[in-house]
Design a protein around this ligand. Structure first.
Ligand code: GDP
Ligand code: MG
Length: 188
């Protein structure tokens, strides 16, 4: 019988880099150009204070990757509900995460700086065995590129992270990132 594993994966990164779009592409193979950012505005802030801290945890989606040896890895994927825009996310969000995809937008160099600060936070606070992938999204907009592949790859190598570029819009590289993570996880 083939083996099955389940892992918690969290998405991190600056607002609007395409975290929710990557999840939508990976889980449903869809892209929506006109999607509103997940949630926004004062109504959300008041909703959070009304509902209390626990409700700030986003719901998760699942998707399964099958490796060559028929091992299946089921990802429980936690996307933020847009809270990254207002304040740092509670460590509760990434606690118990087995893996993290930290996303930047290749057309916004400031988003790489934000990604680095998320990575530092994970290195300080998350499970020491967490598998982290740095992901440069919006590869379809490469003509407006501000972050070179060399710069991002060099940083990822120095920090011992996986790295890849994706386009949630075209789908390029999206499955690859998740499959690479699946292969790095402890499948025993
Ligand atoms: P989040 O705030 O990080 O979850 O980002 P969203 O997924 O809400 O995406 C923010 C905006 O970027 C939306 O208008 C998306 O349609 C757009 N977007 C996301 N991924 C891509 C991509 O790969 N290419 C392009 N061209 N636009 C993207
Ligand atoms: Mg989002």
């Amino acid at each position: 019988m083939s083996k099955q594993f389940q892992f918690k994966l969290v998405l991190l990164g600056e607002s609007a880099v395409g975290k929710s779009s990557l999840v939508l592409r990976f889980v449903k193979d869809q892209f929506d150009d006109y999607r509103e950012s997940t949630i926004g505005g004062p109504s959300f802030v008041s909703l959070v204070s009304y509902l209390g801290a626990d409700s700030r945890e986003a719901a998760f989606l699942t998707q399964t990757v099958t490796l060559e040896d028929q091992t299946t890895v089921k990802f429980e994927i936690w996307d933020t509900a847009g809270q990254e825009r207002y304040k740092s996310l509670a460590p509760m969000y990434y606690r118990n995460a087995n893996c993290a995809v930290v996303v930047y937008d290749i057309t916004q160099s400031t988003s790489l700086e934000k990604a680095k600060s998320w990575i530092r936070e994970l290195q300080r606070q998350a499970d020491p065995n967490i598998v982290i992938a740095l992901c440069g999204n919006k590869l379809d907009l490469a003509s407006r590129r501000q972050v070179s592949q060399e710069e991002a790859k060099k940083y990822a190598d120095e920090e011992g992270l996986m790295w890849g570029e994706t386009s949630a819009k075209s789908g390029e590289g999206v499955a690859d990132i998740f499959t690479s993570i699946a292969k790095k996880l402890p499948l025993t």
